[in-house]
Design a binder for this molecule. Structure first.
Ligand code: BG6
Length: 476
């Protein structure tokens, strides 16, 4: 008898997102969205961080999202490849601006609805369950320009209309939903995370936390609506996970690590428990922030999520004297370099044990089922003389992380499924590169948009197929 820890109905699959895969940025009635304004190259960071007071398209720049990997036109071929691997679940997002091109219309764009219905039907054809993120790093640009995006309370009702449309139109096709991808990234990358552009001299913390509040209310509101429309719907929050380790056992380092963790867990505390954590007021006071929270907001927040989804690429590290000189933003969230860990070519530390720690922390804290919806190694792949991609480095990374998942499950943590990131190579969110690849399937495209866009399975494709077929038992 097998003593495999993965449950029989474990959801093996992979993840992508509309903003990094679809392309066709103005086709099918779609409106411009935040990611469409983020160029590749030296102006990328300032744009992503919201440091420009306004953004507009510039002919001299290259915008990777405009064509991305052309998933919009090639999804049938792509889903067929995922099905060959035996996927049971496929995570993608809906581009808000395909459904509501401007964001504040009263009626949705039927062409957008048709596209996603066809996509989800295509998944179902192969018995693949869609796991759908409503907002993955894209906000319709019209809402950014007219309302200042999530800094404005009006966003809650626009998002409500959008979400309600999705729950109704895709009822019966989708039952696993995530509201905001990596909701905590709003604090670290405000424009790409939430469409925030700062005005000169304003208290950025005030803007970010008020925007966060609006997202939290919107998330809770649509969670209730999803349940009302179909009690079978399961709604999750989504955290950019990875615990902060104290750099040393000095109590001040331990305290800083705890506070840094809270900065991220703050969001999930609200989404999972239904109210602001007790430490929130002190955080707001320290940052000189006053949040506009109504009684009605507090009632809405009580609609908590059904499960906790999270991404895990790396752990983080903090010390009491961390500052701009001894930290890097390698994995978006500022961290001290951990001397005990190796890192990827992009400086993201590789730490499978950290996944076990993160899973235990999240389950201890929330006691809700977990779903690991992103994980993987961004690496350069080369095609060898036999025309193959032997990505053993990626296989090793994933293997060690699956082992860590097994350990966490043995520790008593319930895990619903696993969707490693970028099952098909796609545009990197941080750098806009194509050369930072995560996929089991190679896409012929370079950082400047050259290439045939042809797909080709890598060695990891066949490895993962076996992992799925044996329900995680055979990792060799
Ligand atoms: C997560 C995001 O932050 O990490 C994805 O949800 C992103 O959108 C992924 O692509 C990996 O990051 P990157 O920068 O390597 O693409």
């Amino acid at each position: 008898m097998s003593n495999n820890v993965f449950p029989k109905d474990f959801l093996w699959g992979g993840a992508i997102a509309a903003n990094q895969a679809e392309g066709a940025h103005l086709e099918g009635g779609k409106g411009l969205t935040t990611v469409d304004m983020i160029p590749y190259g030296e102006n990328r960071m300032a744009t992503k961080l919201g440091l420009l007071e306004s953004v507009s398209l510039d002919e001299s720049e290259y915008y990777p999202s405009h064509q991305a990997i052309d998933f919009y036109h090639r999804y049938k071929e792509d889903i067929a490849l995922l099905a060959q691997m035996g996927f049971k679940v496929f995570r993608t997002s809906i581009a808000w601006s395909r459904i509501f091109p401007k964001g504040d219309e009263l009626e949705p764009n039927q062409e957008g609805i048709r596209f996603y219905r066809d996509l989800f039907l295509e998944c179902k054809k192969y018995g693949i369950e869609p796991l759908v993120t409503l907002c993955h790093f894209d906000v319709p640009m019209h809402l950014v320009k007219e309302y200042g995006s999530w800094r404005s309370r009006e966003m809650i009702s626009f998002f409500e209309r959008y979400a309600k449309t999705c729950f109704t139109e895709f009822d019966g096709l989708v039952k696993h939903w995530l509201t905001f991808n990596e909701i905590n990234i709003l604090l670290h990358s405000p424009f790409s995370g939430a469409g925030i552009l700062f005005k000169e001299g304003e208290n950025k913390e005030q803007v970010k936390y008020q925007a966060a509040h609006h997202e939290l209310v919107a998330s809770a509101l649509v969670t209730r609506i999803a349940h009302d429309i179909n009690p079978q719907n399961q709604v999750g929050c989504m955290l950019a996970g990875g615990n902060f380790y104290p750099y040393s056992c000095k109590p001040e380092d331990v305290l800083t690590a705890m506070q840094k963790d809270r900065e991220n867990l703050f969001f999930i505390d609200v989404q999972s428990r239904g109210y602001y954590p007790s430490y929130a007021q002190k955080v707001f006071d320290d940052k000189n922030v006053i949040i506009d929270i109504t009684d009605e907001d507090r009632k809405i927040l009580k609609n908590t999520v059904d499960f906790i989804s999270f991404s895990y690429y790396a752990s983080r590290c903090a010390s009491a004297d961390m500052n701009d000189n001894n930290t890097s933003e390698a994995n978006v969230v500022k961290s001290i370099k951990n001397p005990h860990l190796e890192a990827s070519d992009w400086g993201w530390v590789i730490d499978p044990v950290g996944l076990r720690i993160t899973m235990n922390t999240l389950y201890d804290r929330y006691q809700k089922p977990l779903f690991l919806v992103e994980n993987g190694l961004g690496a350069v792949d080369t095609i060898d003389e036999n025309g193959e991609i032997n990505d053993d480095y990626r296989i090793n990374y994933l293997k060690e992380h699956i082992k860590a998942m097994k350990d966490a499950i043995s520790d008593g943590v319930p895990l619903m499924g696993y969707t490693p990131w970028g099952s098909i190579d796609l545009v990197a969110a941080s750098t806009g590169e194509m050369s930072k690849r995560y996929g089991f399937i190679y896409v012929d495209r370079d950082n400047l948009g050259n290439g045939s866009l042809d797909r080709m399975p890598k060695k990891s494709f066949y490895w993962y197929k076996k992992v799925i077929a044996t329900n995680g038992e055979d990792l060799e």
